[in-house]
Design a protein around this ligand. Structure first.
Ligand code: DGJ
Length: 747
């Protein structure tokens, strides 16, 4: 797991300037400083972030936006309203607060004053830390942290709350960070959804009042609402122009994002762990560290903000980010629970024969003699191998795959247990369940969540992965699933049930830290019945995520579109599945299914033996073509062009390499309009001063190609005109299924 570590370059500590050196330095600084010497600036390539902090005064947020010229800092106070950098319950109590504390004596006011400021740098940018104290409670400290990512135009903020007193205190609210947005016509874009319909984009103007986005299911936190948002500052959201602030709370647990707009028209963005059912008792001597809130600013529209998130995500947040992921076949939709060795061996051979690189066995390979995992009602928790299904074990599959020149991966769901399992019979006290209540079960009518607050359970969960890995050295990929949420909140282990949601996240974090320490090279997919855990809170331990259990290509266009707002294609698993589709029953031609999956991390989720030779050949060609564009798609810059949410009848996006020498253009018909001629799509990501060779990929007999296939055209022309897409009604495929993948290579 990559972590950015801060290395302070210089410190000036106002309250400890006791020796002569510091005193002289301070006098010199004071002598040369302007009237705004207390402004602390974090610059990135294209942005500036300014906080004003003066000893004994409440730190003020001053500015976040386009990078400032040196002289501009002096005028900020005149042109921007200063606001509390981290509002607490004192003074401006009519405003929304980020921090709310019940002191040991019952006082619920908090007055934060800057005690010391330190500014420094780390290899990726700069840092700013402000230590605050409350004059009435000297044992109570709050440290506000910011860290900039210079190249990626990102700022991270988080807060440390410490109790050095002798008695506990209670935190009623403890945001990670606060950001005022002082613009007029601001629109919010956020992601919502459900199982099979993840990451649905919702855009709305922000008006007076409070808009809350939150999720409380404890485990699968982005299942219904995402902890990431975009704010378009210049009216209705646009993809490739206009100023945008994007924000992501990097936390996998219950969260709350609040946008509070008062009559002054200023939008106050609060983000943090949801305090609902999570009041936190801060013991004496304890420090509570919030998760990080990451934000970015771009004047290149929503896609510009996404590019910043993707670059930052690949470099700092994803395990092995920046290394393109393998093309795989996953067994789930092909065979479901019907795992057996000959079928698995054949699937491994089939994916190898079309050029794939990895075969993954999904659910159904394990269990105990009493509770074999033959369906979703039993066996979770009993992680023994079902030898009658795989007589040569997982090691046998590793060998088969090795012989085919591909890698092997396996499915696990270690946080869960079925009541019908030997594990539950032995440890009924290892499951989450509210005291005195009948067990509330999930999937299969028997699934419950293990109590990850309990260190013994943490050991068990780590051991599930460790034992599986040791049973078959050579496993190179694990799909880590999570198909339940906290239906009955209660930990038999915890004393304070208010800490349940937070302690679960701490528990799973400890386990995942151990997993990564023991298996740093292992590729791990994050899955939660699809994309319910897709969040920067989880991703640092994972290489990729299963975007959705819905593999219907038409719906996937929307799901992948929303997901791409924050998460790079490298991490977005997109699999070609059978037709009719298992989730929607819709029939979609193979080329279209492939063309949609090629815009993320391509894979397959079907039984290859059901494919005709012609279809296998189409897959083989597509895999070969995908290898030509994989790096550009997975590690390139995204430009979303025409949104599937705009009901234009088609959708389109492109990826470009950073130097714009290579680009891939995707175009998918989303509605059937007979004889319509779709509008041209200007290719926003190209370099106008380069000329590009155009090659249509995934060519399939019977489909119209773009007329410019094989031609060389200037980037300037394509940026202005795009392609004339001429797909007409075709009796065999229907024009609703037209799609194009076009490679552009600078000459
Ligand atoms: C839910 C996942 O999303 C599916 O892909 C599959 O792994 C099943 N669980 C297996 O039970």
């Amino acid at each position: 797991m990559k972590k950015a570590t801060a290395r302070p370059l210089f410190l000036y500590i106002c309250n400890t300037m006791t020796n002569r050196f510091f005193l002289i330095t301070a006098l010199l600084l004071a002598a040369t400083a302007s009237a705004h010497a207390e402004n602390h600036i974090l610059d990135t390539r294209n942005t500036s972030f300014v906080i004003n902090a003066e000893k004994d005064k409440t730190p003020q947020f001053v500015y976040f936006g386009a990078r400032l010229e040196k002289g501009d800092v002096g005028i900020l106070a005149k042109n921007h309203k200063a606001m509390y950098a981290y509002p607490a319950r004192f003074g401006k109590t009519s405003e929304s607060a980020s921090l709310s504390v019940e002191m040991p004596d019952g006082n619920v006011s908090v007055d934060l004053r800057a005690e010391s400021v330190s500014q420094g740098s780390w290899e990726g940018g700069s840092t700013l830390d402000i230590l605050c104290k409350d004059p009435l409670y000297p044992f109570f400290t709050v440290t506000l942290h910011w860290r900039s990512y210079e190249r990626e135009d990102m700022i991270e903020t988080w807060t440390e709350i410490s109790n050095a007193g002798k008695k506990p205190m209670v935190l009623h609210r403890f945001d990670s960070g606060f950001l005022p947005v002082q613009e007029g016509d601001v629109w919010l874009s956020s992601l919502h959804g459900a199982w099979g319909a993840e990451a649905k984009l919702v855009s709305e103007p922000l008006s007076r009042g409070t808009r809350e986005i939150s999720n409380h299911n404890g485990l699968r936190n982005n299942s219904m609402a995402h902890s990431e948002i975009m704010l378009s500052l210049d009216g209705e959201p646009r993809e490739n122009s206009g100023r945008v602030i994007g924000a992501a709370l990097c936390y996998g647990g219950n969260f709350q994002i609040r946008l509070v707009t008062l009559d002054d028209g200023i939008h106050r963005l609060h983000a943090g762990i949801s305090p609902e059912d999570s009041w936190y008792t801060l013991a004496k001597g304890e420090t509570f560290t919030t998760p990080k809130l990451a934000y970015t600013w771009s004047n290149e529209g929503l896609s510009g903000a996404s590019r910043n998130f993707h670059r930052w995500g690949r470099k700092y947040m994803l395990a092995h980010g920046g290394q393109p992921n393998d093309i795989l076949l996953n067994s789930w939709e092909g065979v479901y629970f019907n795992i057996d060795e000959p079928a698995m061996q054949q699937m491994a051979k089939d994916i190898a024969s079309i050029g794939g690189e990895l075969f993954v066995i999904d659910d159904g390979w394990f269990g105990s003699e009493k509770y074999p995992r033959d369906n979703d009602k039993q066996g979770l928790g009993d992680w023994g191998l079902q030898t009658k299904k795989l007589p040569h074990g997982l090691q046998g599959m590793v060998e088969t795959c090795k012989a085919e020149g591909i890698k092997f991966g396996i499915w696990l769901e270690p946080e869960m247990v079925n009541i019908k399992s030997e594990l539950y019979e032995k440890h009924p006290d290892w499951v989450l369940n509210a005291a005195g209540r009948e067990p509330v079960t999930g999937r299969g009518g028997t699934q419950m969540v293990l109590d990850l607050c309990n260190p013994a359970v943490q050991d068990f969960v780590f051991d599930v992965l460790d034992r599986t890995m040791k049973s078959a050295p050579g496993i190179s990929y694990v799909k880590w699933d999570c198909n339940n949420y906290m239906r009955s909140p209660g930990s038999p282990y915890l004393k304070n049930q208010n800490h349940l949601y937070i302690e679960y996240m701490r528990g799973i974090s400890k386990v995942l830290d151990r997993v990564r320490a023991a298996y740093p090279e292992l590729v791990i997919q994050l899955c939660a019945g699809g994309g319910s855990r897709v969040s920067y809170g989880f991703l640092p331990w994972f290489d990729e995520f299963w975007t959705s259990d819905n593999t219907d290509a038409l719906q996937r266009i929307r799901i992948q579109w929303g997901t791409s707002y924050f998460f790079p294609a490298e991490a977005m698993a997109c699999h070609v599945s059978a037709s009719p589709n298992h989730q929607t029953g819709r029939e979609i031609p193979l080329k279209f299914r492939i063309d949609v999956a090629m815009s993320g991390r391509l894979g397959f989720e079907l039984q290859p033996s059901t494919l005709s030779d012609e279809e296998k050949e189409i897959c083989r060609n597509a895999v070969a073509d995908y290898k030509k564009i994989r790096e550009t798609v997975q590690c390139g810059d995204i430009y979303r062009l025409v949104s599937p949410y705009d009901d234009k009848g088609f959708a389109s996006l492109m990826y470009c390499s950073e130097d714009k020498s290579k680009a891939v253009f995707f175009w998918w018909r989303t509605e059937s309009f007979r004889d319509s001629r779709p509008a041209r799509v200007p290719l926003a990501g190209l370099d106008p001063d380069k000329t590009y060779k155009i090659t249509e990929l995934n060519k399939v007999k019977g489909y119209t190609r773009v007329a410019l296939d094989g031609k060389t055209v200037s980037g300037r022309y394509l940026r202005e005109n795009g392609f004339d897409i001429q797909d007409r009604w075709n009796r065999n495929i229907g024009n609703s299924s037209a799609s194009h993948v076009i490679l552009l290579e600078a000459q």
